[in-house]
Design a protein around this ligand. Sequence first.
Ligand code: NAD
Ligand code: ZN
Length: 341
Amino acid sequence: MKALSKQEAREGLWMVQAALPIPGPNDLLIRIKHSSICGTDVHIYKWDEWAQKTIPVPMIVGHEYVGVVAGMGSEVRGFEIGDRVSGEGHVTCGHCRNCRAGRRHLCRNTLGVGVNRPGSFAEYLVLPAFNAFKLPADIPDEIASIFDPFGNAVHTALTYDLVGEDVLVTGAGPIGVMAAAVARHVGARNVVVTDVNDYRLDLARQMGATRTVNVARDDLWTVAADELGMTEGFDVGLEMSGSGLAFAQMVKAMNHGGKIALLGIPSGQVDIDWNDVIFKMLTVKGIYGREMFETWYKMTALIQSGLNLTPVLTHRFPIDEFQQGFDVMLGGQSGKVILDW
Ligand code: NAD
Ligand code: ZN
């Protein structure tokens, strides 16, 4: 089969002929239809410090996808050939304390599809059937192909009650703008999104942000207090940039008793004013992955109840033009980029 692989320990990805993967007794064989490019794939493409210490070479990458069940192991129950599926990319051990308590997202032995085991930039993917998510007929293929990052957005946005709240989202990448859309959909009042990239702030407005702020140009506090009348600050913060500056700005902009969910992954140590955390009694919670499988049910229900994610799907390429897809991602002028297999 054709597959997109990290073949060499340097920048780039290579289209290769790989052996058809064979499902074990509890696995599904999934024929991939669409697979979208994640920021993680860009790190692997660029071969940065994180990728060098994380990715064994060679490795078929990719982990955001939709496909169809094409085969299965002898022990699999509940799936049929032809079922449309996406899948949870965190493969958990099933044996640790958290796994046994049903808190799979807290497994300490998590392996990542397309990171630690072969991924979805391929004609076929083998996945534990436990990780597969059967898609209802009213979830379109392209939307299903971004369920993995949509799940990060939903997991983060639904961490706190947003009804009637003023929400700050820092970072208008694909995940940030989807989180803004979710926040509006579930009844937040002001949803203010910050970034330093105007293309992405425009995307945030299309996704339902009530106000965007380019923090390279404008002062967040002035906009919030003077223009929006939020003189007490934000109730909920969703950090989705990985920028230490954005996190520090968020801590300053929170009201007393404010709640922060941190999804963005900083590249190094981050300096914030801990006095604000203490004296304003802020709650700060880290967010990793998606809850298995509550987040998946919430995602489905959000789409079924009218949440529109289509503006975030900005580019599509046939798989043989994958290089163009990565070039678009590297340029920062995109939402989600989908590769068609
Ligand atoms: P992305 O890199 O596409 O978007 C990040 C955005 O932040 C960019 O548009 C960038 O311009 C913006 N930004 C940079 N500096 C800023 C600043 N000072 N203020 C506001 N915005 C600023 O990332 P993405 O794919 O949307 O993912 C969002 C973040 O979540 C990334 O940090 C990613 O690594 C992380 N992530 C975490 C998990 C998890 O499980 N915790 C999963 C997926 C992604
Ligand atoms: Zn575990």
